[in-house]
Design a protein around this ligand. Sequence first.
Ligand SMILES: C[S@@+](CC[C@H](N)C(=O)[O-])C[C@H]1O[C@@H](n2cnc3c(N)ncnc32)[C@H](O)[C@@H]1O
Length: 227
Amino acid sequence: MIIDIITAFPKMFLTPFDESIIKIAKEKNLLKICTHDLRDYSEDKHRKVDDYPYGGGPGMVLKPEPFFRAHKKILVTSHQPPATILLTPQGKPLKQSIVNKLAKEEHLILLCGHYEGVDERVRQELADEEISVGDYVLSGGEIPAMVLVDSITRKLSGVLGSQESLAEESFIEGLLEYPHYTRPAEYKGLNVPDVLLSGNHSEIKKWRKEQSLRRTKEKRPDLINKG
Ligand SMILES: C[S@@+](CC[C@H](N)C(=O)[O-])C[C@H]1O[C@@H](n2cnc3c(N)ncnc32)[C@H](O)[C@@H]1O
């Protein structure tokens, strides 16, 4: 998969994409990420990419032209028509089902807003989808883009060592995952449940299913009611 990210703050992506699962996916050539500095597409001599909002009001708005130019340049080198996603608090709330769907795409372009947001014409003309990472407002679309890239990368075939860990994760069957324990078996007077030490796989499976249901009922009853 190829992911192009258009942003006014490309340096924010330096470290997060060079660690852990994303680093592995890149090394295995399963993922290629290119960040595009919006300022490189400004025709202003000071590389300005924002301006005052028409109609007045606080803050600055990211101008349309640099987004359109950067987007056009990416399309020129793209073999498949990519899906373009605008990160915005006004978008569809990100869910595992959306991640699963996006992980099947070959090429994504992510548009990151900043300041008061992006000129509306960017949304109208360039965005195929609008995605929010939750009902709160962040300073920019960069961290939401990282959230999206990370969640998608886990789903790319061949990235995670064990496909079982994906099959049992939270949200996969509409439930939260069961609790995990590792060594030591007793810590600060707290014991690992006996069943997990028993070696009885069917009992372990049953216990995990019960825990998964119990947790979901306690923490996220909305998930149960939905099903
Ligand atoms: C400060 S926000 C702008 C919020 C905008 N004025 C509004 O009220 O809808 C700046 C940028 O951060 C990004 N952003 C902020 N919160 C987000 C969220 N919950 N999900 C996705 N992107 C978000 C968007 O790209 C947005 O254009």
